[in-house]
Every structure is written in C-alpha cells, then in structure tokens.
Ligand binder design. Structure first.
Ligand SMILES: Nc1nc2c(ncn2[C@@H]2O[C@H](COP(=O)(O)OP(=O)(O)OP(=O)(O)O)[C@@H](O)[C@H]2O)c(=O)[nH]1
Ligand SMILES: [Mg+2]
Length: 462
C-alpha cells in the first residue's frame, strides 16, 4: 500500500451518521469546484469567490436528474482552505439518506471517496499542519474529558511543535558550527567542539528531558488509565468500587469469593478518564471459576500503571497479602485501609513495610462513605498531575515520547563525546541522529508506512 495520489479530487461525509439537523459533505482537490458545480443547482460555483456561501439544491450529475436535497455550499479556494486545495463543503440535512445521496452524486461527478484522514493528510502534505498538529486533530475528535480536549487543542495550535522547534533550532546551530569546524579544520583551529556549543547541546538535552518528565501525566490525560481494585476476599473491593462510582454496580455479599469476573466502569478524575475494575479476591481458589477470576485479577496487575489495593484494616495481614504485594511490580500502589468504621487491627505502617516503594494509605469505610472523597483525591494525585499543571507543549503521545527519548539520548551522547574531546565528526553524527528523531514528531523525517498508520486512526471525512 502506498499513500493515495493526491492530485485527484476526493469527497466524503464529514459528520457522523444518524439523526441530526445537518450533515456536511466535503470535496477537495483541483477539480472540487467543477465537481461540486455538477451536482449543485444554484449560483455557478466554478466562478464563486473564496469564503462565500450559496443556497441551492443538490442533484445527480446526469442531465435532468432529480433534486436530492436543499443545501448550502461553502466555497474555499486554495490555499485558504483546510487542505490548501479548492474545497466545497455542502451542508445538507442530517439523517440516513441526504448526505449519502449527495456523496453518491459527487462520486458520480468524478470525485473519489476519501480514505480515512485524507483531508488532514493533504493538509499535512501541503504544509498547513505539521504531523504533531495533524495527530492532534484525531486526538481532539477522540477526547473523552475536557482536559484531553484542551490538551489536543494546545497541540493542534502548535504548542508542542513550537517548543520542539526552539530546541531543534539550537541543535541545528550546534551542528552547523561543529560541521564547519570539521570542514575547515585548519582555519578555525582544530576539530574539537568549543565550550559554547557543548553548553548548547547540554541545555537542549535538558530541555527535552524536562518535556519528557511531564509526559506520563499528559499520556494519562490523552489515553486514560486502567486502575484495578485488588485485595483479599471480603476486603470490601466491590463495596469500595460501588462507593467510588456512586452506584451499586458490583455485587456485594459477606461471602468471601463473591466477585469472579472483572467488572469495569469509567470514572473521571483530575481530567483523566480512569477505567476502574473490580476484581476477584486473591486467595487459593475454591473452584475452577474462582481460580479463573483470581487469574484475571492478577493479570490486570500486569497492564496497570496504578493499582488500588484494598486492605481490610479490621483484620490482620496474612501471607496472602504478602504474596499479593510481591506481584505489584512497577505499578504505583495506592492503599485503601477499608472497614475503618470497625476497630482497627492493621496499621498503615504494617502495610507500608510490605513494599519497597513509598505508599499512600488512606483510611476509608465503603459502608459509611468516610474517606471516600479523600481516596478519590489521593488517586487523582497518584495519576500524576496536580490539578493546575499546564499541559501546553506536553508530550502526550507514546510515539512522540519514544522519538524524543531517542533524541535526548543522542544529544546526551553528543554532549559526552564533545566533553571527552572526541572528533567533531562523531559529535555531528549524534546531533544529526537527534534531529532525525525529533523530526519524526513533526513529520520532517518519516516513512510513508508510518504516515499511513497514523492517518488510519482517523475517521473518513476528517
Ligand atoms: N463494616 C464494614 N463492612 C464492609 C466495608 N466494606 C465492605 N464491607 C462488608 O464486607 C463484606 C464483603 O464486601 P465486598 O465488597 O463484597 O468484598 P470484596 O472484597 O469485593 O469480596 P470478594 O468479591 O469476595 O473478593 C460485605 O458484607 C460488605 O458489606 C466497610 O468499610 N465497613
Ligand atoms: Mg467483590
């Protein structure tokens, strides 16, 4: 597969199907105005000025074809359009048929059906957006929290690109100066990298690393996180799950081993979409069904960035708690010291002693509701971001984080080599590698297959 040729004219429905007041069908390409004119009964679109609206009727392209809908055509002439090509956007009626009939008419008039994301791909290929901005379009469409939408909008308006550009410009300057010294070694006195260039490299690396430091929370905002509730049978996981959600979603009984299957529900915390899962109590299972549930509970630990460990503080810790604590791995652990309405037996310090990393323990009662708000707040803090943290310029995308980590690594190696007095060629090699990696974010250096994969995430019509 290769990128679609982009000198032809494409059309697609830009709005979601279903009952709605309006739908939008758009056409883009050198032939967009001619194609739109063939299905439009109204003012002559081919001679219409840019940024004008025209009321009229959509109809089939054949001579004498009947009207299909009453529409408004918006004309955008290149390069002042979303794709930088000639574009016509028809607003027609919503519902199942009007937009589909209009699209069929446009295809009959010579347009090709656009591939997913092709309008935005064209905007990227024609230089209206860089790749990080184009990806933000899909992020904005898929955003499920206000904060995720704000993050996508900041990236769309170029906040990330601008920060990166400032860094890569410094690296480019350092590279130019290093290469000049290599090329004219005799004239400028030796091929070693001078101190001010070394400093520029080190500070560019530090800036990239600072951007990456905030990336875990930005990714949580963009992608959402999965938080399983785990613990011994009867600790009160299902009760606490229900209390956190504010509804009686999972079955609660006093029989240990009540929960078998994993039950998941979404919850929004600090602008992050959290998928909370209630799981089976971990113990030596009594039957095959429970054993499968315990297996699933343990499996949920593997993919979780954060775990809510529910401990019944009215009972002593057992070897099962020790065994469970050993399974947490790299996940951040938040402890709910549940059943705090009953006389306490297990103290926070005993639980903390089970894990090598620092823990936050919050006393709660799933039955009285005491401490549940504090637990919600602790979980929000655990997800990484203070409520007020600015996400402008944040690295929210795993692909970006990976590329920038490589760029920072190459800069560190360049700085190290320069420090040791290595020849300028070696330093230049690493600097070029850093620029190539950073360029993958903005799309300056990217293969076609990767572009295809990125734009395949889009919906048709975007
Ligand atoms: N007093 C008191 N009882 C609680 C509290 N939380 C849960 N319980 C009771 O403890 C029993 C077990 O609660 P569940 O929520 O089903 O416990 P679980 O951890 O989901 O248990 P399994 O699904 O068997 O692993 C029920 O009778 C609850 O009413 C609490 O904070 N205080
Ligand atoms: Mg349960």
């Amino acid at each position: 597969m290769s990128l679609p040729a982009f000198d032809d004219t494409i059309a697609a429905i830009a709005t979601a199907p279903g009952d709605s007041g309006l739908a939008v069908v758009r056409v883009s390409g050198a032939g967009a105005l001619a194609c739109a004119a063939r299905v439009f009964e109204g003012a002559p679109l081919e001679s219409a000025l840019s940024h004008t609206l025209h009321h009229g009727w959509a109809r089939g392209p054949a001579e004498g074809a009947p009207r299909l809908d009453e529409v408004v055509a918006a004309v955008f002439r290149a390069p002042r359009s979303y794709t930088r090509e000639d574009v016509v956007e028809f607003s027609c009626h919503g519902g199942r048929l009007p937009a589909r009939r209009l699209l069929a008419a446009l295809l009959g008039a010579g347009a090709r059906l656009a591939t997913p994301g092709e309008f935005t791909l064209r905007a990227f290929l024609r230089g209206r957006l860089d790749l990080a901005q184009a990806e933000a379009v899909a992020d904005l469409i898929h955003a499920e929290t206000e904060r995720a939408a704000d993050l996508a909008l900041a990236q769309l308006s170029g906040a990330l690109s601008k920060e990166l550009h400032a860094i890569t410009e410094r690296v480019r300057d350092a590279l130019a100066e290093t290469e000049a010294r290599v090329d004219f070694a005799e004239d400028v006195g030796g091929v070693e990298v001078p101190p001010h260039v070394r400093e520029a490299i080190a500070s560019a690396a530090a800036q990239l690393e600072a951007m990456l430091a905030g990336s875990a929370f930005a990714r949580a905002v963009r992608e959402g996180v999965h938080v399983p509730l785990v613990g011994r049978p009867n600790a009160g996981k299902s009760s606490l799950f229900n209390a956190l959600l504010g509804e009686a979603r999972a079955i609660v009984t006093d029989v240990p081993g009540t929960t078998r299957d994993r039950v998941s529900e979404p919850l929004e915390l600090a602008g992050v979409r959290v998928t909370l899962s209630d799981t089976a109590g971990v113990r030596e299972a009594a039957d095959a069904i429970e054993a499968e549930g315990v297996e699933r509970a343990l499996a949920s630990l593997a993919s979780a960035a954060c775990v809510l460990w529910v401990v019944d503080a009215s009972r002593a810790l057992t070897s099962e708690d020790h065994a469970l604590a050993a399974r947490f791995g790299a996940a951040r652990v938040l402890v709910a010291l549940n059943q705090s309405d009953r006389p306490g037996v297990t103290r926070a310090s005993e639980v903390e002693a089970l894990l090598p990393t620092a823990l936050t323990c919050v006393p709660v009662s799933a039955v009285t509701g005491a401490g549940v708000d504090a637990l919600r707040e602790a979980l929000a803090r655990q997800l990484g971001g203070p409520e007020s943290a600015s996400l402008a310029g944040a690295v929210a995308n795993a692909r970006h984080a990976e590329a920038l980590t490589r760029a920072a690594g190459a800069l560190r190696r360049a700085g190290g080599a320069a420090q040791e007095g290595a020849p300028g060629e070696i330093v230049a090699l690493e600097l070029r590698e850093a620029l190539a990696a950073a360029g993958e974010v903005t799309g300056e250096t990217l293969g076609e297959d990767l572009l295809e994969r990125i734009f395949a995430r889009f919906c048709i019509g975007k």
